[in-house]
Design a protein around this ligand. Structure first.
Ligand code: AMP
Length: 286
Protein backbone atom coordinates (compact mmCIF):
# COMPACT_ATOMS: atom_id res chain seq x y z
CA UNK A 1 0.00 0.00 0.00
CA UNK A 2 1.42 3.39 -0.96
CA UNK A 3 2.33 5.68 1.89
CA UNK A 4 1.49 9.41 1.76
CA UNK A 5 3.14 11.79 4.26
CA UNK A 6 0.65 14.42 5.51
CA UNK A 7 1.03 17.36 7.94
CA UNK A 8 0.01 16.20 11.43
CA UNK A 9 -0.99 19.73 12.54
CA UNK A 10 -0.80 23.34 11.49
CA UNK A 11 -2.65 25.28 8.87
CA UNK A 12 -2.35 22.70 6.07
CA UNK A 13 -3.59 19.71 8.11
CA UNK A 14 -7.33 20.49 8.12
CA UNK A 15 -7.41 21.51 4.47
CA UNK A 16 -5.80 18.29 3.27
CA UNK A 17 -8.19 16.21 5.37
CA UNK A 18 -11.13 18.07 3.83
CA UNK A 19 -9.79 17.47 0.33
CA UNK A 20 -9.23 13.75 1.00
CA UNK A 21 -12.76 13.45 2.45
CA UNK A 22 -14.23 15.04 -0.66
CA UNK A 23 -12.19 12.66 -2.84
CA UNK A 24 -13.57 9.62 -1.00
CA UNK A 25 -10.20 9.00 0.67
CA UNK A 26 -11.10 10.16 4.17
CA UNK A 27 -8.71 9.52 7.05
CA UNK A 28 -9.83 6.37 8.90
CA UNK A 29 -7.95 7.25 12.04
CA UNK A 30 -7.20 5.02 14.96
CA UNK A 31 -7.11 8.08 17.20
CA UNK A 32 -6.23 11.75 17.25
CA UNK A 33 -2.56 11.08 17.80
CA UNK A 34 -2.12 8.10 15.50
CA UNK A 35 1.05 8.24 13.44
CA UNK A 36 -0.54 6.35 10.56
CA UNK A 37 -4.07 5.85 9.22
CA UNK A 38 -5.79 4.36 6.22
CA UNK A 39 -6.98 6.75 3.52
CA UNK A 40 -10.23 5.19 2.33
CA UNK A 41 -8.60 1.76 2.44
CA UNK A 42 -6.54 2.73 -0.64
CA UNK A 43 -3.45 4.44 0.79
CA UNK A 44 -1.66 4.73 4.10
CA UNK A 45 -1.25 8.19 5.61
CA UNK A 46 1.84 8.98 7.65
CA UNK A 47 1.34 12.05 9.89
CA UNK A 48 4.48 14.12 10.40
CA UNK A 49 5.50 17.77 10.67
CA UNK A 50 5.00 19.79 7.48
CA UNK A 51 8.71 20.77 7.57
CA UNK A 52 9.85 17.13 7.63
CA UNK A 53 7.74 15.95 4.70
CA UNK A 54 10.26 16.89 1.94
CA UNK A 55 12.93 14.78 3.69
CA UNK A 56 10.59 11.81 4.24
CA UNK A 57 9.56 11.78 0.59
CA UNK A 58 13.08 12.34 -0.76
CA UNK A 59 14.46 9.55 1.44
CA UNK A 60 11.73 7.10 0.44
CA UNK A 61 10.13 6.81 3.90
CA UNK A 62 6.93 7.90 2.11
CA UNK A 63 5.97 7.37 -1.54
CA UNK A 64 4.46 10.85 -1.78
CA UNK A 65 3.64 13.78 0.48
CA UNK A 66 1.61 16.93 0.86
CA UNK A 67 3.28 20.08 2.12
CA UNK A 68 3.95 23.73 1.32
CA UNK A 69 6.01 24.47 -1.82
CA UNK A 70 8.07 26.88 0.31
CA UNK A 71 9.19 23.97 2.49
CA UNK A 72 9.96 21.83 -0.55
CA UNK A 73 12.15 24.57 -2.05
CA UNK A 74 13.87 25.24 1.27
CA UNK A 75 14.74 21.53 1.60
CA UNK A 76 16.71 21.67 -1.68
CA UNK A 77 15.88 17.97 -2.17
CA UNK A 78 15.15 16.47 -5.59
CA UNK A 79 11.34 16.58 -5.44
CA UNK A 80 8.69 17.28 -7.99
CA UNK A 81 5.06 18.45 -7.89
CA UNK A 82 2.34 16.04 -9.05
CA UNK A 83 -0.48 18.44 -8.24
CA UNK A 84 -0.91 21.99 -6.95
CA UNK A 85 -3.62 21.63 -4.28
CA UNK A 86 -4.42 25.38 -4.40
CA UNK A 87 -4.89 25.88 -0.66
CA UNK A 88 -2.22 27.18 1.74
CA UNK A 89 -1.51 30.04 -0.64
CA UNK A 90 1.08 32.43 0.73
CA UNK A 91 4.15 34.41 -0.29
CA UNK A 92 7.65 34.43 1.13
CA UNK A 93 8.46 38.12 1.43
CA UNK A 94 11.22 40.46 2.50
CA UNK A 95 9.87 42.86 5.15
CA UNK A 96 11.36 45.74 7.10
CA UNK A 97 10.23 47.51 10.26
CA UNK A 98 8.35 50.80 9.90
CA UNK A 99 11.17 52.60 11.72
CA UNK A 100 13.87 51.04 9.57
CA UNK A 101 15.81 53.23 7.10
CA UNK A 102 15.13 50.42 4.60
CA UNK A 103 12.05 51.51 2.64
CA UNK A 104 12.50 49.72 -0.70
CA UNK A 105 14.49 46.87 -2.20
CA UNK A 106 16.78 49.44 -3.81
CA UNK A 107 17.91 50.42 -0.28
CA UNK A 108 19.12 46.83 0.22
CA UNK A 109 20.85 46.72 -3.16
CA UNK A 110 22.62 49.97 -2.31
CA UNK A 111 23.80 48.73 1.11
CA UNK A 112 27.56 48.90 1.52
CA UNK A 113 27.68 47.20 4.92
CA UNK A 114 26.03 43.80 5.42
CA UNK A 115 22.50 43.76 6.85
CA UNK A 116 21.04 40.98 9.02
CA UNK A 117 18.01 38.96 7.86
CA UNK A 118 16.06 36.76 10.32
CA UNK A 119 14.25 33.84 8.72
CA UNK A 120 12.95 30.30 9.06
CA UNK A 121 14.06 29.83 5.42
CA UNK A 122 17.84 30.32 5.53
CA UNK A 123 18.65 28.56 2.23
CA UNK A 124 16.02 30.37 0.16
CA UNK A 125 17.02 33.66 1.76
CA UNK A 126 20.74 33.13 1.18
CA UNK A 127 20.14 32.22 -2.46
CA UNK A 128 17.79 35.17 -3.01
CA UNK A 129 20.15 37.84 -1.72
CA UNK A 130 23.21 36.22 -3.32
CA UNK A 131 21.45 36.32 -6.71
CA UNK A 132 20.49 39.97 -6.12
CA UNK A 133 24.11 40.76 -5.15
CA UNK A 134 23.09 42.07 -1.71
CA UNK A 135 25.40 41.78 1.31
CA UNK A 136 23.04 39.80 3.58
CA UNK A 137 23.91 37.95 6.77
CA UNK A 138 21.25 35.30 7.35
CA UNK A 139 20.15 34.77 10.95
CA UNK A 140 18.29 31.41 11.05
CA UNK A 141 15.43 31.22 13.57
CA UNK A 142 13.03 28.32 14.19
CA UNK A 143 9.89 30.47 14.32
CA UNK A 144 8.44 33.95 14.91
CA UNK A 145 10.97 35.68 12.65
CA UNK A 146 8.70 38.75 12.70
CA UNK A 147 9.79 39.68 16.22
CA UNK A 148 13.53 39.67 15.33
CA UNK A 149 13.72 43.38 14.34
CA UNK A 150 12.07 44.32 17.69
CA UNK A 151 14.71 42.33 19.55
CA UNK A 152 17.50 43.94 17.58
CA UNK A 153 18.79 40.60 16.25
CA UNK A 154 18.03 41.48 12.62
CA UNK A 155 17.42 44.51 10.40
CA UNK A 156 14.84 42.82 8.18
CA UNK A 157 12.98 39.50 7.93
CA UNK A 158 12.10 36.99 5.23
CA UNK A 159 8.81 35.46 6.26
CA UNK A 160 5.60 33.90 4.97
CA UNK A 161 2.48 36.00 4.65
CA UNK A 162 -0.96 35.46 3.22
CA UNK A 163 -3.21 38.29 4.40
CA UNK A 164 -0.38 40.53 5.59
CA UNK A 165 -2.01 40.96 9.01
CA UNK A 166 0.80 39.35 11.06
CA UNK A 167 3.37 41.58 9.37
CA UNK A 168 1.22 44.63 10.06
CA UNK A 169 0.67 43.73 13.74
CA UNK A 170 4.45 43.56 14.08
CA UNK A 171 5.00 46.92 12.39
CA UNK A 172 6.58 45.40 9.28
CA UNK A 173 6.04 46.39 5.67
CA UNK A 174 6.74 44.26 2.62
CA UNK A 175 9.48 45.33 0.27
CA UNK A 176 9.88 42.33 -2.08
CA UNK A 177 8.49 38.86 -2.86
CA UNK A 178 10.96 35.98 -2.77
CA UNK A 179 8.51 33.31 -3.95
CA UNK A 180 4.86 32.28 -4.06
CA UNK A 181 3.69 29.06 -2.44
CA UNK A 182 0.74 26.72 -2.04
CA UNK A 183 0.27 23.16 -0.83
CA UNK A 184 1.55 20.55 -3.28
CA UNK A 185 1.38 16.80 -3.72
CA UNK A 186 5.04 15.85 -4.18
CA UNK A 187 7.12 12.79 -5.06
CA UNK A 188 10.85 12.14 -5.36
CA UNK A 189 12.10 13.29 -8.76
CA UNK A 190 13.35 9.77 -9.45
CA UNK A 191 9.78 8.46 -9.12
CA UNK A 192 8.01 11.06 -11.23
CA UNK A 193 6.10 9.44 -14.07
CA UNK A 194 5.36 6.22 -12.15
CA UNK A 195 1.69 5.38 -12.74
CA UNK A 196 1.10 4.16 -9.15
CA UNK A 197 -0.16 7.56 -7.99
CA UNK A 198 -2.16 8.44 -11.11
CA UNK A 199 -5.48 7.47 -9.50
CA UNK A 200 -4.77 9.63 -6.44
CA UNK A 201 -3.81 12.62 -8.59
CA UNK A 202 -6.93 12.16 -10.75
CA UNK A 203 -9.21 11.90 -7.69
CA UNK A 204 -7.80 15.02 -6.02
CA UNK A 205 -7.71 16.99 -9.28
CA UNK A 206 -11.35 16.16 -10.00
CA UNK A 207 -12.40 17.54 -6.60
CA UNK A 208 -10.29 20.70 -7.02
CA UNK A 209 -11.71 21.28 -10.49
CA UNK A 210 -15.26 20.88 -9.16
CA UNK A 211 -14.75 23.26 -6.22
CA UNK A 212 -14.57 26.36 -8.37
CA UNK A 213 -17.62 25.46 -10.44
CA UNK A 214 -21.38 25.02 -10.07
CA UNK A 215 -23.99 23.10 -12.05
CA UNK A 216 -26.71 25.47 -13.21
CA UNK A 217 -30.13 24.54 -14.56
CA UNK A 218 -32.75 26.95 -15.86
CA UNK A 219 -35.76 27.14 -18.10
CA UNK A 220 -35.32 29.75 -20.81
CA UNK A 221 -37.35 30.98 -23.80
CA UNK A 222 -36.34 28.95 -26.87
CA UNK A 223 -36.09 32.19 -28.87
CA UNK A 224 -33.38 33.45 -26.48
CA UNK A 225 -31.16 30.33 -26.84
CA UNK A 226 -28.42 32.10 -28.81
CA UNK A 227 -28.04 34.78 -26.17
CA UNK A 228 -28.33 32.18 -23.35
CA UNK A 229 -25.48 30.21 -24.92
CA UNK A 230 -23.30 33.32 -24.81
CA UNK A 231 -23.97 33.61 -21.06
CA UNK A 232 -23.55 29.85 -20.40
CA UNK A 233 -20.59 28.56 -22.38
CA UNK A 234 -20.41 25.48 -20.09
CA UNK A 235 -17.84 22.76 -20.78
CA UNK A 236 -18.93 22.24 -24.39
CA UNK A 237 -21.86 24.68 -24.55
CA UNK A 238 -25.01 24.16 -22.48
CA UNK A 239 -27.12 21.01 -22.70
CA UNK A 240 -30.55 21.95 -24.08
CA UNK A 241 -33.49 19.73 -23.07
CA UNK A 242 -37.13 19.80 -24.16
CA UNK A 243 -39.70 20.27 -21.39
CA UNK A 244 -42.92 18.24 -21.57
CA UNK A 245 -45.67 20.85 -22.04
CA UNK A 246 -42.95 23.48 -21.78
CA UNK A 247 -44.51 25.62 -24.47
CA UNK A 248 -42.01 28.21 -25.61
CA UNK A 249 -39.53 27.32 -22.83
CA UNK A 250 -36.61 24.84 -22.92
CA UNK A 251 -34.33 23.67 -20.10
CA UNK A 252 -30.61 24.44 -20.21
CA UNK A 253 -27.94 22.82 -18.03
CA UNK A 254 -24.33 24.02 -17.80
CA UNK A 255 -21.22 23.94 -15.64
CA UNK A 256 -20.34 27.54 -14.75
CA UNK A 257 -17.62 29.30 -12.73
CA UNK A 258 -18.67 29.69 -9.06
CA UNK A 259 -16.95 33.06 -8.72
CA UNK A 260 -19.25 34.78 -11.24
CA UNK A 261 -22.50 32.90 -10.50
CA UNK A 262 -24.38 36.04 -9.40
CA UNK A 263 -23.62 37.78 -12.66
CA UNK A 264 -24.61 34.68 -14.64
CA UNK A 265 -27.96 34.47 -12.83
CA UNK A 266 -28.65 38.17 -13.36
CA UNK A 267 -27.86 37.86 -17.08
CA UNK A 268 -30.15 34.80 -17.42
CA UNK A 269 -32.99 36.63 -15.69
CA UNK A 270 -32.80 39.50 -18.13
CA UNK A 271 -33.15 36.90 -20.91
CA UNK A 272 -36.38 35.62 -19.32
CA UNK A 273 -35.01 32.58 -17.46
CA UNK A 274 -37.21 30.88 -14.84
CA UNK A 275 -36.74 28.12 -12.26
CA UNK A 276 -33.00 28.69 -11.94
CA UNK A 277 -31.32 25.96 -9.88
CA UNK A 278 -27.65 25.94 -8.84
CA UNK A 279 -25.96 22.94 -7.21
CA UNK A 280 -22.44 22.06 -6.09
CA UNK A 281 -20.45 19.53 -8.08
CA UNK A 282 -18.61 16.78 -6.21
CA UNK A 283 -16.14 15.86 -8.93
CA UNK A 284 -15.41 17.00 -12.43
CA UNK A 285 -13.41 14.84 -14.82
CA UNK A 286 -12.60 16.33 -18.19
P1 AMP B 1 2.42 25.13 9.75
O1 AMP B 1 3.64 25.84 10.22
O2 AMP B 1 2.43 23.67 10.03
O3 AMP B 1 1.14 25.84 10.07
O4 AMP B 1 2.48 25.13 8.15
C1 AMP B 1 3.05 26.18 7.55
C2 AMP B 1 2.85 26.08 6.08
O5 AMP B 1 1.56 26.59 5.76
C3 AMP B 1 3.84 26.96 5.39
O6 AMP B 1 5.05 26.31 5.14
C4 AMP B 1 3.10 27.39 4.15
O7 AMP B 1 3.28 26.44 3.14
C5 AMP B 1 1.63 27.39 4.58
N1 AMP B 1 1.08 28.75 4.83
C6 AMP B 1 -0.01 29.25 4.20
N2 AMP B 1 -0.27 30.49 4.62
C7 AMP B 1 0.66 30.81 5.52
C8 AMP B 1 0.91 31.98 6.32
N3 AMP B 1 0.19 33.08 6.27
N4 AMP B 1 1.94 31.93 7.18
C9 AMP B 1 2.68 30.82 7.28
N5 AMP B 1 2.48 29.70 6.55
C10 AMP B 1 1.50 29.69 5.66
Amino acid sequence: MLRIALPNKGRLADEIRGLLDDAGLGVQSRGERALTASLGGEFEALFVRAQDIPEFVADGAADAGVTGWDLVCESERALTTLLDLEFGRCRLVVAAHEDSPVRTFADLEAATTPFRVATVFPRLTQRYFARAGCPAIVVPVSGAAEVAPHLGIADIVVDLTSTGSTLKVNGLHEIATVMESSARLIVAESRAGEPALDDLVAALASVLRARGRRYLMANVPRVALDRVTAVLPGLNGPTVIDILNGGTMVAVHAVVPAATIYRTIAALKTLGAEGILVTRIERLLP
